[in-house]
Every structure is written in structure tokens, then in C-alpha cells.
Design a protein. Structure first.
Lengths: 238, 544, 95
């Protein structure tokens, strides 16, 4: 094991031998922390590949059925999508602030920022629910009864291509929303423990790891937004 | 030296605590390895049971044992159970879990609770698989091709997909654990270039598990969504492309075969060095080769799709890449052989399995090259040639490596020696049974017998009968170690810490090891496989 | 991230940049640029993603090179999946 310079403050290493959070199979808090964070990053790349499968399918079908994808995208609500993007970016800010508060040992700030993060997360999910409700009542769910109307309120000539687009819309945003729900759960869990005073400069790895997860889910949305909502400004002619 | 008699039993990981909750709530990597051992052995026999039914049906050309639909379910369940519930977890989750922390001088894996979670996920997936089987199974083939799986099949596709999805997470977590463990938990002096090749092999496997399995997960989810909600992304009538499923499926499932074989190769390296009393030939190349296999293995998946309808240009690219991936495997075979050259070779049971592995894996691998050639692929794809090819690697290769590893490390795991005569006998029976089962299948395939057919043309019968006879012998061979391993736990010779006088940190611990493996963190000062030092007739300081 | 503590100003600054880039991508989508629309959109998305990763996730200050290797590996593997599967679809009509 190479010796790496520890960036932790002296107080942390002094506490290490008596740190009640040190698990028995680790030699030091630094090793435990490094392992824990590395584990979260490895987990995140599994998530890259999980969503990656859907991005691959999306890319292939957009290549094959561009007009239908344009049509589908035009039926997205530009404003809800944009607001949701802003909401998630704000939540990443508050999440980062929460981790920072843990690093500086400000208990109330940790809890405060985490609660605001939860609020933003729930707002995102609420908006998605509104969008889903809208798409559902417009029969824009793939399968029997799928319908897509063009700008003249007639069934679009690209309906079946758009149906493929909507399959990806529902699947990709659905899995994203599922990850958001899990994220809200995780943030709530650490918010509770933060309120109990569990985290501080000596131990904040769970906050850091939940933060990494939360930012990752935001990253996925950063790509979903333009790919689903911003494909084109106008219908494909002909 | 091993001895009979009543030992004063020192405290070890087996006797430290008794009671079912001490096993079901354990975080000790060694106990978790045994939990896996029990479960994968259970599924091995279930998968084997389906294999026997298949071979029984194929005794005669007519479809007379089962109906055609049932036959589809038999080969599907055989494949799914064997691939996902035996081959993928076997060496990593049993031997890897047990040995990797000890081999690197650590007290446990990086994340012991995630390790236990990993087993629970496997067990839950296994329960879903049992549910699927008891309710009639899936009939899509283990490959789940659409649109049969996504639309037309009325068998239990979703239950099977769910079982595999859950077991896939078990695999991902094991891989994640191994990667972080090897990076962060090595004892002082245990540099990357001193790691046993078994650790390198499992590390490379872990990379594949982490990067490949999630794609299988999403693919199965999409099939389930298509089935439940009628989405249409794989439905040709609505513009979907069934080949998209195949691309996504094989993106995982080709590297998956390297998940299955690499840990076995790691075990073979440990065995060959010990029973040749020699350092491995070309350590650096052996380590680089497993990494190369892991990486290159991700670039070849469409060789499973040559006749499915992909573009000819893509086919040429994937064919060329498939030839590249054979190179590191070949390097390994050469290096094992070179290790034995001028070594002091002895033929204990583990070494018999290692020999079997090297020969049979080579045959299986070479036939892979046949399959990678586009022109020849058209003739032999979807025939018994393919079946023989992958069974040579999976059964002749991987299962033999697994059994070799189990015999090699059995004294360490259980504190007992297995009976050597029965070990050798079982190995011989398995070797003979294996070749009798699968060699005829190469001929059958080349002659044109298609795979997954429940009845066949009468001229294929003789070879099929030979194959079934072989399968029966093979079954006997597999039952024997079950019996004598169990027997040995009570009546076997008590093993000391290093009955093979082998190199490696695991042989410096007691047999079986204590719960935390080492009393003190070891300090590693020498390269792996230092057999020249071990066999010197001078006193060698051993880390205790 | 474990060691380095960023300033609140830095985080707010990154957030402002992210807001601007969001406005930019929304606005750019209203302009007809043909094939270039998707390129620009993905470019902006990648800038945003980089800001989140480097600063909010702390990749810029990470002391351990392995984190970078892990991230690059994940992205490279995604690239393999996307590019090699596209070779099939792009070339299907070449014959």
C-alpha cells in the first residue's frame, strides 16, 4: 500500500484510533473513507452503463426515425422541462452545500441544506407527475391506443415513429424518476442522522456518498433534457 | 504434515460461533463464501438435472420423452440456471470471496456488509428462479431473443428476467467489492506486481462485472416493460428492431463468458505453479493478459449476430476483433505450459484438473476461432458445433478449474484433506465423461444438426447416444466430490496450515483460518510463487 | 473530495454558470441550425456535466488518481457501447 499524504487535518488522524466509526477491518479512518468513496464512484459507473443501455437505444432510433423524434419532442412541455432542469441544478447546489457544512461541522446547516435538497427533489417529482398526467390523458403512452396529433390536430404521419420516441421518454424519465425517489429517501435518511449530530469533520462519508449519488442523478437529467425536450423547434415538413 | 487423531481445536472461523443466525447474519467473507458454496452447488445440480432430461430426450431422433414446448423450457432453464446461478458466481463468490482478502493480507473485503447483501440478492434471485421453474419455466432460450420474449411467449419470461436481474445485482456488488478491496486493502509490501495471479484474475473479472452487468439489467427491464406495457421498441411491426435487443444483450453476455472463465484461469495459475514447484512463466504477461481479455472481451459481442441481420461491414469489424481477443488467452496457455517445463511436476487431484483445463480450454478456444470466421460461421452457427464449443470452455474449462480450485483450497477452507484416491478417480471419470459427452457434438454440429431442436434426423443418432452416455458418466463424476467433501468434513485427515507447501499468504494462516485471518498484518517481502525459496533446504522465515 | 473544502462562493459561482448554460441551451434550441443543433446541445450539456462533476462532486480536487481512472473507464465503456452498436446501423444500407 503506497503511503499517500493525508489531506485530513491533524485532529482527524489523532481521533482515528479511537474513532467509533472506524470499522474493524480497516487500519485507519483514511483508508475507510477512501475505500468508501471509491466504492461509490465504482457504483456510479455501473449506473452510467445502466442508463447507457437506454441512451444507446435512443441514439439508434433517433438516427433511424428522426422525424418521429422531432414530433415527439414537440409534444414535450418545454417550460416544465426547463423548470425541472433548473430545480435539479439548484438541488445539486444545496446538496454540495450540505456536504460542505458537514466538512466544516455546522450541524444545523447540514440539516437545512439537506431539507431544501429534499424539497427540490420532491418538486421535480411533482412536476414530472404533472407532465406524466398530461401525456397520459393525451394518449401519448406507447401501446394500444397511442395517438399523436400534429400541428393541425390530425394524427401525425410520423405517429408510429413518435411512439418509439415516447417509449424511450417514458422508460428513461421513469428510471430517472425512480432514482430520484431513491435519492430523496437517501437524503432523508442522512438528514435524520445529521439532525442527530452524527456527522462532522471527523466523519461525513455517508453525506459525501449520498451527495455523489444525487449529483449523478442530476447529471443524467442534464443529458435527458436536451435529448428529450429540445430536439427541434419545428415540425418536419412532408 | 496432516495427521489423524483428536485435535485440540483452535478457534477458527467455523467454530467461532454456532447457530443459524451466526451464519445468516455473518459479515465474515469466509462464511459468506460457504453460503455461496451451498447455494451454487444446489443450482448446479438443478441445472444438471435439466441437462440430463435434455440428453435423455436426445437419445432418440423422435421427440418422444417430452413435448416440443417442454423441450424449449428444458434448454432455457438449463442455460439460465447454469449461466446465472452457477457459472457466473462460482469461482468469484466462493473461492474469490474466501481467498482474496487472505491472499492480499487483509482482514476482510472492503465492504463486508455489502458482501452479505450480495449473497442475499443471489438467494432472492434464486428463489425467483425456483418459482419460475416450479411454474413451468421460460421457453425463450437463455438468450431471451425478442420478439418471442417481449411479445409472443406465454411462458414465465418476466419471472425469469426478474430472477436474473436480481442475481445480476449480486454480481455487480461482488465485483465492486473486489475492485475496491484490491485497490485499498493490500497489506504493506503487497504491491500489484506481487499479487497472486488469482487476485489479478478476479480483479479483471470484477471490472467486467461492474461495467457489463448493468447493461443486461436495463435490457431485461426493457423486455419486461415491453411485455407488460406493449411498448414496441423491439417489435418489428411497429418499427422496433429485434437486433437492438441482441446488441444490448450480447454487450453483456459476451463479456459474461469472460466473467466465467477468468477466475478459473486464476485458479489454474495457482495450481500449476504449486504442482510444478516453479514460478509462473511470464508473470507480467499473465497479469496483463487477464486485463486484456477483460477489455477486448467488450469489443466482440456481435460475433453472436453474424447471421442475424447485422451489416456485413459491422460483421467484418467484429470478426477481426474476435481474433484479437484470442491472443491473450493463447499467451496464458503457452505460459502455463512453459511453467511446467523443467518443473518438478506431480499429479495430485488439483493438478489433474489443471491439466484437463489447459487441454480442453484450448480445444474450446480454438473452435471459437472457427466460429469467428464469417464464412465458416454461416455453416456452423446455431448447430451443435457452437454448443460443443462453449461447453468445452465452460465445462471442460471453467468447471474443471473450479473443481481444481476446490480441491486445492479444501484443506484451507475446511481444515481437512479430501481422500486423494477418490479425488483422482473423480477427476478421471469427469474427464472421460466430459469428452464422451461433448466431442461428438462437434461432429454433429459440423454434420448439420441444429441446436435447440427436440427431434433430429436419424443419421445423427449414434453420436447423440454417445453424448448421452458421456453425460451419465459425467454426472457420476460430479456427484463423487459432493460425497467425499462432505465425508471429509468429519472423517478426513486433519490438514495443517500448508499441506501442499505452497506459496501465497493464505498458506501462512491456519487451516481453517481464524475469523480475522491474521494475528498481525503481514509484511510482504517477496514476489509471488517463490517456490525456489520455499523448496530450498534452508530455514525460511515464514510469516505467522 | 474528502480533504479539500470548497468555498461557498465557488459553489454559487458554479451554480450561476449552470443557470446561464441552461438558458443558453434552451435559447439555442429555438434557433434552426440543422444538424448542428444536437451537437451544440450535447456540447452545452457536457459543459454543465463537467461543472457538476468537477466542482459539486469534487473531481477537480480529488487527491486520488484512481477516481479519475474509474470515471474515465465508465465513460469510455459507454462510448464503446454507443459507437460499436452504431457501426451496425450506419452501415446496414451500404451494400
Amino acid at each position: 500500500m503506497s503511503l499517500r499524504r493525508s489531506l485530513l487535518s491533524d485532529s482527524t488522524t489523532a481521533v482515528a484510533t479511537h474513532n467509533p466509526d472506524l470499522q474493524h477491518h480497516f487500519a485507519s479512518m483514511e483508508q475507510q473513507q477512501d475505500a468508501s468513496v471509491m466504492g461509490m464512484w465504482v457504483f456510479l459507473i455501473t449506473e452510467i452503463m445502466f442508463f447507457g443501455g437506454m441512451f444507446a437505444g435512443y441514439m439508434i432510433y433517433r438516427y433511424l426515425y428522426y422525424p418521429g423524434f422531432v414530433e415527439g419532442s414537440l409534444h414535450m412541455d418545454f417550460w416544465w422541462g426547463t423548470i425541472n432542469t433548473v430545480v435539479l441544478l439548484c438541488s445539486s447546489l444545496t446538496m454540495a452545500m450540505a456536504v460542505r457544512s458537514a466538512q466544516t461541522g455546522q450541524r444545523k446547516a447540514i440539516v437545512g441544506f439537506l431539507v431544501v435538497t429534499i424539497f427540490f427533489g420532491l418538486a421535480f417529482l411533482g412536476i414530472k407527475a404533472v407532465e406524466y398526467d398530461g401525456h397520459w390523458s393525451e394518449h401519448q403512452f406507447p401501446g394500444h391506443g397511442f395517438q399523436l396529433l400534429d400541428e393541425y390536430h390530425q394524427p401525425s404521419p410520423y405517429t408510429s415513429q413518435a411512439e418509439v420516441f415516447f417509449s424511450f421518454y417514458w422508460a428513461m424519465t421513469g428510471f430517472h424518476a425512480l432514482h430520484m425517489v431513491i435519492g430523496v429517501g437517501l437524503v432523508s435518511w442522512i438528514a435524520f442522522h445529521a439532525w442527530r449530530g452524527r456527522y462532522g469533520p471527523h466523519y461525513f462519508t455517508p453525506v459525501e456518498n449520498v451527495g455523489l449519488y444525487w449529483h449523478f442523478v442530476d447529471l443524467v437529467w442534464i443529458y435527458l433534457y436536451p435529448l428529450l425536450y429540445l430536439i427541434s423547434n419545428k415540425h418536419v415538413s412532408g | 504434515m496432516a495427521s489423524f487423531g483428536v485435535p485440540i481445536e483452535r478457534e477458527n472461523y467455523l467454530n467461532k460461533e454456532y447457530g443459524i443466525s451466526s451464519w445468516l447474519l455473518t459479515t465474515d467473507h469466509k462464511r459468506i463464501a460457504l453460503l455461496y458454496l451451498l447455494s451454487i452447488t444446489f443450482f448446479f445440480f438443478i441445472g444438471g438435472f435439466f441437462a440430463l432430461l435434455i440428453r435423455l430426450e436426445l437419445l432418440t431422433p423422435a421427440g418422444d420423452l417430452v413435448q416440443a414446448d417442454t423441450y424449449n423450457k428444458l434448454f432455457t432453464m438449463h442455460g439460465q440456471v447454469m449461466v446465472f446461478f452457477f457459472l457466473i458466481p462460482a469461482v468469484p463468490a466462493v473461492l474469490g470471496n474466501f481467498l482474496i482478502p487472505i491472499m492480499i493480507g487483509a482482514k476482510d473485503l472492503a465492504f463486508p456488509r455489502i458482501n452479505l447483501l450480495s449473497w442475499y440478492l443471489y438467494a432472492i434471485g434464486g428463489l425467483f428462479m425456483l418459482y419460475t421453474i416450479l411454474n413451468g419455466g421460460a421457453d425463450t432460450g437463455w438468450t431471451f431473443y425478442t420478439p418471442l420474449s417481449s411479445q409472443f411467449s406465454d411462458s414465465h419470461v418476466i419471472a425469469a428476467a426478474l430472477a436474473i436481474f436480481i442475481a445480476g445485482f449480486s454480481s455487480i456488488l461482488t465485483g465492486l467489492n473486489f475492485i475496491v478491496t484490491v485497490h485499498r486493502m493490500r497489506a504493506p509490501g503487497m504491491t500489484w506486481s506481487r499479487l497472486p495471479l488469482f487476485v489479478w484474475a478476479n480483479y479483471a473479472t470484477a471490472i467486467i462485472q461492474v461495467l457489463g452487468t448493468p447493461v443486461l439489467a436495463i435490457t431485461l427491464m426493457l423486455v419486461a416493460l415491453e411485455r407488460i406495457f406493449g411498448l414496441g421498441i423491439f417489435d418489428p411491426q411497429r418499427g422496433g428492431d429485434p437486433l437492438l435487443f441482441q446488441h444490448l444483450f450480447w454487450f453483456y453476455s459476451h463479456p459474461a463468458v469472460y466473467i466465467m472463465i477468468l477466475p478459473g484461469m486464476g485458479a489454474v495459475s495457482e495450481i500449476v505453479t504449486c504442482f510444478s514447484r516453479k514460478r509462473i512463466f511470464g508473470y507480467k504477461f499473465m497479469a496483463l493478459a487477464v486485463i486484456a481479455i477483460a477489455v477486448l472481451g467488450f469489443l466482440v459481442w456481435a460475433h453472436h449476430m453474424f447471421v442475424a441481420g447485422i451489416s456485413l461491414y459491422a460483421a467484418m469489424v467484429f470478426s477481426l476483433l474476435s481474433y484479437f481477443v484470442a491472443v491473450p488467452s493463447a499467451i496464458k496457455v503457452f505460459n502455463w505450459t512453459a511453467t511446467m517445463y523443467k518443473g518438478s511436476v506431480s499429479f495430485e487431484t488439483p493438478m489433474l484438473y489443471a491439466f484437463g483445463f489447459i487441454g480442453l480450454f484450448t480445444m474450446g478456444g480454438l473452435t471459437g476461432l472457427f466460429l469467428a470466421a464469417l464464412g465458416l460461421n454461416v455453416h456452423v452457427t446455431d448447430t451443435y458445433f457452437v454448443i460443443a464449443h462453449f461447453h468445452y470452455i465452460m465445462v471442460g474449462g471453467m468447471v474443471m478449474a473450479y473443481l481444481g480450485g476446490m480441491h486445492f483450497w479444501w484443506p484451507k477452507i475446511s481444515g481437512r484433506m479430501y481422500p486423494e484416491f477418490w479425488g483422482k478417480l473423480a477427476a478421471m471419470i469427469i474427464f472421460i465423461g466430459f469428452n464422451l459427452t461433448f466431442f461428438p457434438q462437434f461432429v454433429l454440429g459440423y454434420m448439420g444438426m441444429p441446436r435447440r431442436y427436440w427431434q433430429y434426423s436419424p443419421e445423427f443418432q449414434v453420436l447423440n447416444v454417445l453424448s448421452t452416455a458421456g453425460a451419465t458418466i459425467l454426472a457420476v463424476g460430479y456427484v463423487l466430490p459432493m460425497v467425499y467433501f462432505l465425508w471429509s468434513m468429519r472423517y478426513g485427515k486433519i490438514a495443517d496450515s500448508n499441506p501442499w507447501n505452497a506459496a501465497g499468504l493464505e498458506w501462512t494462516t491456519s487451516s481453517p483460518p481464524t475469523t480475522f485471518n491474521f494475528d498481525e498484518t503481514p509484511l510482504v517481502t517477496h514476489e509471488a510463487y517463490n517456490y525456489d525459496e520455499l523448496d530450498e533446504p534452508k530455514e525460511v522465515p515464514v510469516e505467522r | 473530495m474528502s480533504g479539500h473544502i470548497a468555498t461557498k462562493k465557488l459553489y454559487v459561482g458554479v451554480w450561476i454558470a449552470l443557470m446561464c448554460l441552461t438558458v443558453a441551451t434552451a435559447a439555442a434550441s429555438r434557433i434552426e441550425l440543422g444538424r448542428f443543433n444536437v451537437v451544440l446541445a450535447l456540447l452545452i450539456a457536457t459543459c454543465k456535466a463537467s461543472l457538476v462533476a468537477l466542482f459539486f462532486m469534487g473531481v477537480k480536487y480529488v487527491s486520488d488518481k484512481m477516481t479519475i481512472v474509474v470515471i474515465v473507464a465508465g465513460l469510455f465503456w459507454l462510448f464503446i457501447l454507443l459507437s460499436l452498436s452504431m457501426t451496425d446501423y450506419i452501415s446496414r444500407h451500404w451494400m
